[in-house]
Design a protein around this ligand. Structure first.
Ligand code: NAP
Length: 308
């Protein structure tokens, strides 16, 4: 595949940053890839894995001369990173991020970006419950959506170039305004994770059912929640704090609907339960038809990983 950038700087080299690095290397999308992360341990590991062509502890040093800068750190760290890199960005550079919340990342980063660079916030909807540079893999973004939330007046050529980059990684592209993105993600991603954290926490606290029974019989349904509930605590703390309004709105709606379900069970209203469970089954079917999952047991994680 053709080289799209001369030098790419990756700030943050965990699951997402290292997956980008692996794709860039495999596809030959850049001549140089400068990897930067705050801890010497992670940087050393990135070097052992040969994720880049050079390695810097300082984000400021890493962005010098880069044509594309991709920030892949927990969303709560966005402002600190923006402040560090801003004075060192090359004029004309594209600066993007992969954060799971968009309005907050824009509020944190945009004020620090020099007028000479193109700041284009983005969010690839791909991931796993794992974190760190060892967790990444080539093909993670293949067949997945990447949503951009460009600011008004964004340079069309820069946006087209960034889209071409994500398309090269196999992503499908969409654009939204940041507030809409945050509402959509609150329901499709943030709420499911919060529910999973909650249900696994409840099971962990139960006194009438033992821990060993919860684990032993987990395949009955509980197991599927534990995958989400094993996601990175730092990342998800930041998502909750930085998409607070949309998450609280969805949680209020969720609680109302749960009360409806609770009432239907209490009063033996089987028709209401049956109607809901039929509707939700159709949602699952639509997801499979849209190619966002495969119809095999264990929710297709393994098959999906092999496919990409
Ligand atoms: P990760 O595997 O935990 O890696 C995080 C990276 O950020 C590491 O390089 C880490 O550095 C660095 N970092 C952590 N705290 C930092 C701080 N306070 N200041 C500067 N750097 C810091 O995380 P990830 O899963 O790649 O997630 C990165 C971003 O992608 C997040 O914004 C997340 O919302 C978004 N995202 C995640 C997923 C997913 O499923 N995981 C999907 C889409 C988008 P050290 O190791 O050196 O400390």
């Amino acid at each position: 595949m053709a080289q799209l950038f001369d030098r790419i700087a990756l700030i943050g080299i965990g699951l997402i940053g290292s997956s980008i690095a692996r794709d860039v290397k495999q596809l030959g999308l850049a001549r140089e890839v400068v990897v930067s992360t705050r801890s010497p341990e992670t940087l050393k590991r990135a070097e052992e894995l040969e994720l880049g062509t050079s390695y810097k502890l300082s984000a400021a040093d890493a962005v010098e001369g880069a044509d594309l800068v991709i920030v892949s750190v927990p969303v709560g760290a966005s402002e600190a990173v923006a402040k560090q890199i801003a004075p060192h960005l090359k004029p004309g550079a594209i600066v993007t991020d992969v954060g799971s919340t968009k309005a907050s990342v824009i509020a944190q980063m945009a004020p620090h970006m020099p007028k000479t660079v193109h700041f284009i916030p983005g969010h690839p909807l791909a991931g796993t419950e794992k974190s760190g540079p060892d967790a990444g893999f080539a093909g993670l973004f293949h067949g997945r959506w990447c949503i951009f939330t460009p600011l008004p007046g964004t340079d069309a050529d820069a946006l087209a170039k960034l889209k071409a980059f994500w398309e090269a990684l196999g992503s499908k592209i969409d654009e939204m305004d940041p507030e809409h993105h945050d509402k959509v993600l609150a329901i499709v991603s943030h709420l499911p994770h919060i529910i999973a954290y909650n249900i696994v926490g409840t099971a962990d606290d139960l006194e009438t059912v033992t821990q060993s029974e919860v684990i032993k019989y987990s395949a009955s349904g509980f197991r599927d929640f534990t995958r989400l509930a094993a996601s990175d605590p730092t990342m998800w703390r930041d998502v909750c704090l930085h998409n607070k309004d949309a998450i609280l709105e969805m949680l209020a709606r969720f609680s109302e609907d749960l009360a409806y379900l609770q009432r239907a069970i209490r009063w033996g209203e089987g028709d209401k339960l049956f109607e809901l469970f039929t509707r939700t089954r159709d949602v699952r079917r639509s997801i499979i038809e849209a190619g966002q999952d495969v119809d095999v047991p264990d929710f297709g994680r393994h098959s999906l990983d092999k496919k990409v």
